[in-house]
Design a protein around this ligand. Structure first.
Ligand SMILES: C[S@@+](CC[C@H](N)C(=O)[O-])C[C@H]1O[C@@H](n2cnc3c(N)ncnc32)[C@H](O)[C@@H]1O
Length: 195
């Protein structure tokens, strides 16, 4: 029997039934001047680090995010900052919203704006092979910050494998050194360093 495709509404409904995936950010310990790429949505990094700068090409996403950081409408593929501006760049559940053909460009831009010794922190969903028609089933997330819990969930559509191996490889192509990979169920957290 042919598998029936879910509508977006059905997909979102089904996602709600899944158990919440837990991320503990109470002792995240990001350093220095922080740039968050894809700062819309919940603005998790901005909520945790109000002195950070958040960029996102979608003005409405930035306006609606509860974070109090400095928000700038900007595309992660074409950052308007000078070289070696930041100590830390974060990309929190954003790569699945950017076409895979552009992922390397985002890595290269993150590399460019980081100071030597700076770190790129990437949180992402481990996603296997798929196709354009398929909506990725995204786990609802709960993120524990020092000030309390954020409950959310991010949907995604993808057509190519995106996981620890593919992202580690892209990071290396962009000249990052891999510092640490942590897998937590369907999510991953990769830390890269610019030597
Ligand atoms: C699921 S949201 C990110 C979640 C967010 N980091 C949070 O803390 O809730 C994905 C974001 O990626 C943004 N995005 C899409 N294309 C982008 C690009 N080229 N550069 C930067 N951000 C992009 C979207 O506008 C959206 O706000």
């Amino acid at each position: 029997m042919e598998e029936q495709k879910l509508t977006v509404e059905e997909f979102v409904e089904r996602s709600r039934e899944l158990p919440r995936h837990h991320l503990d950010f109470r002792r995240l310990g990001l350093n220095g001047k922080i740039l968050d790429i894809g700062a819309g949505g919940e603005g998790v990094i901005g909520q945790m680090y109000p002195d950070s700068i958040g960029i996102d090409p979608d003005r409405l996403e930035l306006e609606e995010s509860p974070a109090k950081q400095l928000k700038i409408v900007m595309d992660g593929r074409d950052l308007q900052f000078l070289d070696e501006t930041f100590n830390t760049v974060t990309i929190f559940f954003t790569m699945m919203y950017i076409h895979h053909d552009d992922h390397l460009k985002v890595f290269q831009e993150a590399y460019r704006v980081l100071k030597p010794g700076g770190e790129l922190h990437l949180w992402y969903l481990q996603m296997g092979e798929s196709n354009e028609e398929t909506y990725g089933l995204i786990l609802p997330l709960e993120i524990e910050l020092p000030k309390g819990m954020i409950q959310t969930g991010y949907g995604a559509k993808w057509d190519r494998r995106q996981d620890d191996e593919t992202f580690s490889e892209l990071g290396k192509v962009a000249e990052f050194d891999l510092k640490k990979v942590e897998l937590n169920g369907e999510t991953g957290w990769i830390r890269f360093i610019k030597r």
